[in-house]
Design a protein around this ligand. Structure first.
Ligand code: 5AD
Length: 353
């Protein structure tokens, strides 16, 4: 039954909500192995045994938001806050560039210190200095005008996980001043502006049901993102969700494979969270259909202050070590990391519903 639905997904790139529920509820290890194999074959057909790598610069851990799952939420007064100056951000990019990185991901909490003007200037300078590099933003919700200015200044991509496509669940994870509707509006605006846009969600977060995950798959199908960020929920000891258990690694891997089959061209990172719940999680992710990994370029002295969840992997690796370890990990499974921007490249429209 699930096997047939996976075939249907492969052929039509669409399942109904009820079918997603069936797939995610009734799958056996054999079904998962089948999805993994299909996803892996699709990834190799499109990208070869090559992995894109992106350098993340976590430039601020100040955040005005109060997401109940996140370690750098506004209400966590135990976090020592930091922010990087423009010069420090540029130094991270230079270090990354020297080590072969051709995509910089600027990621931060929603920190009003970086006004539109300041941030636009930072993007423009990176763009000028590294015209051969892609710039990805992962900076949360903003106005359409600001998004447009960042795009015009040279940003190419934007990651904004939708977190959950179920409004009721979204409200249990976020305070009232962070409405679901605004997040969805931001995602639509980003896409309309022309960003390669990434949505995504956590797997196994508190109160999340299989029906909620099915809703995420339906949303992902409708949204047609260029990138998808998915990782297991991992509790952070200084949040209201500290007592909940981490998301299931196998279910996360299965969902990653299903995402690959749904959207064969999508840029799909094997996330740090996946590498945190299991040491070889990122390799398993690649073998399940992921084609991107995102090592950290942030200054080592701030790494321990940018913890969205406990036991985050890779917090002691500088740019050179991060890329070296990653290359070795990938080599052991027969993959090679490639120095290119790695933009989203759609094939002919044949698979779009
Ligand atoms: N566990 C796993 N992922 C988390 N994120 C935030 N907190 C956690 C957590 N406790 C994810 C969110 C966010 C991304 C940057 O990190 O999905 O969008």
């Amino acid at each position: 039954m699930v096997h047939d639905l996976i075939d249907q997904l492969y052929q039509t790139h669409h399942l109904t909500h009820a079918q997603w529920v069936t797939v995610l509820t009734d799958y056996t290890p054999d079904d998962q192995a089948y999805a993994t194999q299909l996803a892996h074959a699709l990834t190799i057909a499109k990208f070869g045994k090559k992995i894109f790598f992106r350098g993340i610069v976590e430039y601020t851990n100040y955040c005005r938001n109060d997401c109940l799952y996140c370690g750098i939420r506004h209400s966590n007064h135990q976090v020592k806050r930091y922010r990087l100056s423009k010069a420090e951000i540029l130094a991270c990019c230079e270090d990354g560039y020297q080590n072969g990185f051709r995509t910089f991901v600027l990621q931060g909490g929603e920190d009003p210190y970086y006004t539109t003007e300041i941030f636009e200037e930072i993007i423009a300078t990176i763009h000028q200095r590294y015209p051969d590099c892609a710039i990805t933003l992962s900076i949360g919700e903003s106005t359409k005008a600001a998004y447009q200015r960042f795009f015009d200044a040279g940003a190419d991509r934007f990651l904004l996980r939708h977190e959950t496509a179920s409004p009721a669940l979204y409200r249990r994870w976020h305070p009232a001043y962070q409405p679901f509707e605004h997040r969805m509006q931001c995602l639509k605006e980003l896409k309309a502006i022309g960003y390669q846009t990434g949505c995504g969600f956590m797997v196994g977060a508190p109160f999340q049901t299989i029906a909620d995950l099915a809703t995420d798959m339906v949303f992902t199908t409708e949204f047609q993102p260029e990138m998808i960020g998915i990782g297991p929920f991992i509790p952070h000891s200084q949040t209201p969700f500290k007592a909940y258990s981490a998301g299931n690694e196998q279910l996360t891997l299965f969902i990653l494979s299903l995402c690959r089959i749904l959207l064969p061209d999508v840029l799909l990172p094997a996330t740090t969270a996946l590498g945190t719940v299991q040491g070889n999680g990122r390799q398993l992710g690649v073998l399940a259909g992921c084609n991107v990994v995102m090592p950290n370029l942030s200054p080592l002295r701030f790494r321990k202050q940018y913890l969205l969840y406990d036991n985050k992997a890779g917090i002691n690796d500088d740019a050179a070590t991060g890329i070296q370890k990653l290359s070795e990990q990938m080599q052991t499974i027969g993959y090679q990391v490639v120095r290119s921007r790695g933009d989203f490249q759609p094939r002919k429209k044949e698979y779009h519903a």
